[in-house]
Design a binder for this molecule. Structure first.
Ligand code: C5P
Length: 399
């Protein structure tokens, strides 16, 4: 399935650059055309001649090479491929990508491209763990850059930990996943996830026990079927998925604004546990403890984001899916909720503490549609997500 694809391979300057020779060889065995680009630093680790010989292509190296500009400008070069792979993605390259720098051929191509980008980081453990690098990676993941690795292991510098370049078969597996034409390819799906935090004052807030695990799993499953996912998440326990556009928010009001900004979409899945109320009497400064006096909180109702999107008169997503966390009479409450909110489907679950579902790894859901209630057996949240993503794909491809 990779046969006939073109990959622009940007080779960064790290000790793992030599592994790019093996990557080129294996990709060519699969029928992939590999157009190689070397950074200046990469030339210290691999020679342009060996890269060119293995790729059977010209190696691109210099931004100001006029012959190349005449033959194929950097804009065209950046878009000639089905995928841009950065391997090894050094701390320097990731920093440039995250900050929009474009001062050499590799970084300019990465700024100019409109094709998907897969980065395979490799660097010293301390560099990988450095807050600056982690900030850059988080930013790039939020920008929709795909990642493979780094792996944990013994490093060339003698240290042990995360920083090793992924093995060639794993990089090829990741390339295959990005290039897969899943049933949701070309569809934009919005997912809300996690709890919201509603401030009482600058240091205190009201929250709930949602971990964000189910919403995250749904975003991953939709991404794996080829969807472009916008993931609006409250402060969750689990990290957001890679390869989706992450929009972090804190309060219900911020979530509503982020959802509206992310529209239009083909489907929207509202898995967030949005606080029903916010503190109307929110204090701009920390509320002081006064002996013998208790603070009084007054509440205001939060906007119902799901109901708002479900009842849009123009530009409503084809499919709107809500969640219902109930502690009793799950099916009848959720069926009534589906009607009240105006959404197409409700994924209902029993979140009584005895079920261990809230914050746990399993879920037992009932899918309520216009045809009635479909009770699913108890299974892992990842599996619930996978099955739901397939149902969504079936629905969107039928209509
Ligand atoms: O009304 P209830 O909170 O039980 O409804 C749950 C569903 O509604 C979930 O899909 C949740 O994401 C969504 N919701 C929302 N905005 C709110 C409250 C809930 O989108 N303010």
């Amino acid at each position: 399935m990779l046969n006939g694809k073109t990959i622009l391979l940007i080779i960064g300057g790290g000790i793992a650059a030599f592994k790019s020779l093996d990557l080129i060889r294996r990709l060519r065995e699969e029928g992939v055309r590999v157009i190689p680009v070397l950074t200046k630093a990469a030339e210290e680790f691999v020679t342009p001649l060996s890269v060119s010989a293995l790729a059977a292509e010209k190696v691109y190296r210099d931004l100001f090479d006029l012959t190349d500009e005449a033959e194929m400008g950097h804009i065209e070069l950046s878009r000639a491929a089905d995928l841009v792979v950065v391997s090894p993605a050094t701390a320097d390259l990731l920093g440039k990508m995250a900050n929009g720098l474009a001062n050499d051929l590799a970084s300019t191509l990465l700024m100019a491209t409109d094709t998907p980008v897969l980065a395979a980081p490799a660097m010293n453990v301390r560099m990988w763990e450095h807050p600056a690098c982690q900030r850059n990676v988080a930013q790039l993941a939020a920008d929709g850059i795909h990642f493979v690795g780094p792996e944990k292991g013994m490093m060339a510098c003698g240290e042990f930990g995360p920083g090793r370049l992924s093995e060639t078969p794993d990089i090829i597996g990741a390339i295959r996943a990005v290039l897969t034409d899943g049933p949701l390819k070309g569809k934009h799906i919005l997912v809300t996830s996690g709890p919201t935090h509603e401030p009482i004052d600058p240091v205190r807030y009201i929250a709930n026990r949602s971990s964000g695990a189910q919403g995250t799993a749904i975003a991953k499953a939709l991404r794996d079927l080829g969807a472009t996912v916008s993931f609006v998440t409250g402060p969750a326990d689990v990290p957001p998925p890679r390869g989706v556009k992450v929009i972090p928010v804190e309060t219900a009001k911020e979530m509503k604004d982020a959802v509206e900004a992310a529209l239009p979409c083909d489907a929207a899945v509202f898995a967030a546990a949005v606080a029903d109320w916010r503190v109307a009497s929110e204090s701009g400064s920390k509320i002081k403890k006064v002996k013998g006096e208790l603070p009084v909180l007054t509440f205001a109702e939060n906007p119902d984001i799901l109901a708002g999107v479900s009842q849009m008169e123009q530009g409503r997503p084809t499919l709107v899916v809500g969640f219902a966390a109930e502690t009793d009479d799950v099916i009848s409450h959720a069926t009534a909720k589906r009607k009240r909110k105006g959404c197409d489907w409700i994924v209902a679950n029993d979140v009584s503490p005895s079920t261990g579902i809230m914050g746990g790894s399993e879920n037992a859901v009932v899918l309520i549609t216009e045809r009635g209630a479909d009770e699913w057996p108890r299974m892992g949240k990842e599996e619930v997500a996978r099955q739901l993503a397939h149902r969504i794909a079936d629905h969107l491809t039928q209509v």
